[in-house]
Each structure stands twice: as structure tokens, then as C-alpha cells.
Design a protein around this ligand. Structure first.
Ligand code: XMP
Length: 183
């Protein structure tokens, strides 16, 4: 797998070091508040596991399965494949996602939860934020890393379901993009 990475952006030690800082910020924000973290599947699972173990608060966790990407391109529409079951009334909700690109996914998810007027607050946290030229549909409240506008994989992020278990974030080589493209 590693031979398909043209550039390693962040190795595991760098990611975990950054998550220590991010977890401290999130812990300070939600201290004394009833927090539910909603992780977007599948890309944020590894980020969620490492981040949440660094937050010493009595939080609840739920997951939401959404999909918007096909290969290396955003489809522009977001499909909810499964919605959370937990009761979010009188709770502070923090959405976790792997990467913020166009912001279409995050916008759709935020709009979905904003309809629930019993939620006390709604914020978002992403591992990666791509630097893109066009305005984004949504911004995140907490960001671990800014990255160039390249297609990246690893640490939960996939290309046609490959590379999620790579313990780093790296740019996928053009050869691998061609080799593992879906017909
Ligand atoms: P949008 O454009 O909606 O994209 O902000 C967010 C979702 O798209 C996926 N995505 C990527 N997945 N490498 C990936 O493996 C990437 O470089 C990439 N860029 C966007 C991701 O699922 C994210 O939730």
C-alpha cells in the first residue's frame, strides 16, 4: 500500500501529537456540558477512535453513514445511508468528519441536525481541510490539519475502499488512481 503513496503528508506520530492539542481544545469547550459526538462513517472511524480516547469527558457517541464521493470526485449530492438513533434533545452535538473539501457533505449534515430545535449547540470537527480556491458550503469549528488540494488516503480515508488502514495521511499516486479505478 505504502508504495502507492507519492507523498506522506502526516505520519502517525505527527497525527497523534496534533490530536493531543485538538482534544484539549474540545475538552475545554465542552467541559460540564452534555456532549454527543456524531462521527460520519466510514472515513472518520480511525480519527474518531484516536481523538475520543484523548477527551476525558462523559460524552456519548453516535455514527451517521453518508456518502458523497465516487473515486476521486465529489458527486455533489450526499446520501444518508443510516441516521443516528440517539436522542439528542438538550445535548451539545459535535460532528466529526475525516476531510472538508467542498463542504457539501458537512453543509448537508449540519442542515439535517439544525432541524432538531432541541439540540443545544451544533459544531463540527475535521481531521483535514483541503485548501481550495472556491468558497466552501460550510466551515468546520475545529480542524487538525490544512492540506493541499490533492487526493489523499490513509488514516480512515479510502480510494474505492482501499488504504483506510494506512497509519498515515498521504497523497495517492496517479498510477494507483488509474490502477484501482472502478470500471
Ligand atoms: P465534501 O466535498 O463534501 O467532501 O466536503 C467531503 C467528503 O468527501 C470525501 N473526500 C475525500 N476522500 N480523499 C478521500 O479519501 C480525499 O482527498 C477526499 N476529499 C474528499 C470524504 O469522504 C469526505 O467526507
Amino acid at each position: 500500500m505504502i508504495q502507492d503513496i507519492s507523498e506522506v503528508l502526516f505520519d502517525e506520530a505527527t497525527i497523534l501529537h496534533r490530536l493531543d492539542t485538538l482534544a484539549r481544545k474540545i475538552s475545554a469547550e465542552y467541559e460540564g456540558k452534555d456532549l454527543t459526538v456524531v462521527a460520519l462513517l466510514t472515513g472518520s472511524v480511525i480519527f474518531m477512535a484516536d481523538l475520543l480516547r484523548r477527551i476525558p469527558l462523559p460524552l456519548q457517541v453516535d455514527c451517521l453513514a453518508v456518502s458523497s464521493y465516487h473515486g476521486t470526485q465529489s458527486k455533489g449530492t450526499v446520501t444518508f445511508r443510516q441516521t443516528p438513533v440517539a436522542d439528542l434533545s438538550n445535548r451539545h452535538v459535535l460532528i466529526l468528519d475525516d476531510i472538508l473539501d467542498t463542504g457539501i457533505t458537512l453543509r448537508t449534515v449540519l442542515d439535517h441536525f439544525a432541524k432538531d430545535k432541541t439540540i443545544l449547540s451544533l459544531k463540527s470537527c475535521v481531521l483535514l481541510r483541503k485548501l481550495i480556491e472556491q468558497p466552501r458550503k460550510a466551515e468546520a469549528d475545529f480542524v487538525a490539519f490544512d492540506i493541499p488540494n490533492a487526493f489523499v488516503v490513509g488514516y480512515g480515508l479510502d480510494y474505492n475502499e482501499r488504504y483506510r488502514n494506512l497509519p498515515l495521511v498521504g497523497v495517492l499516486s496517479p498510477e494507483a488512481i488509474t490502477r484501482y479505478a472502478k470500471e
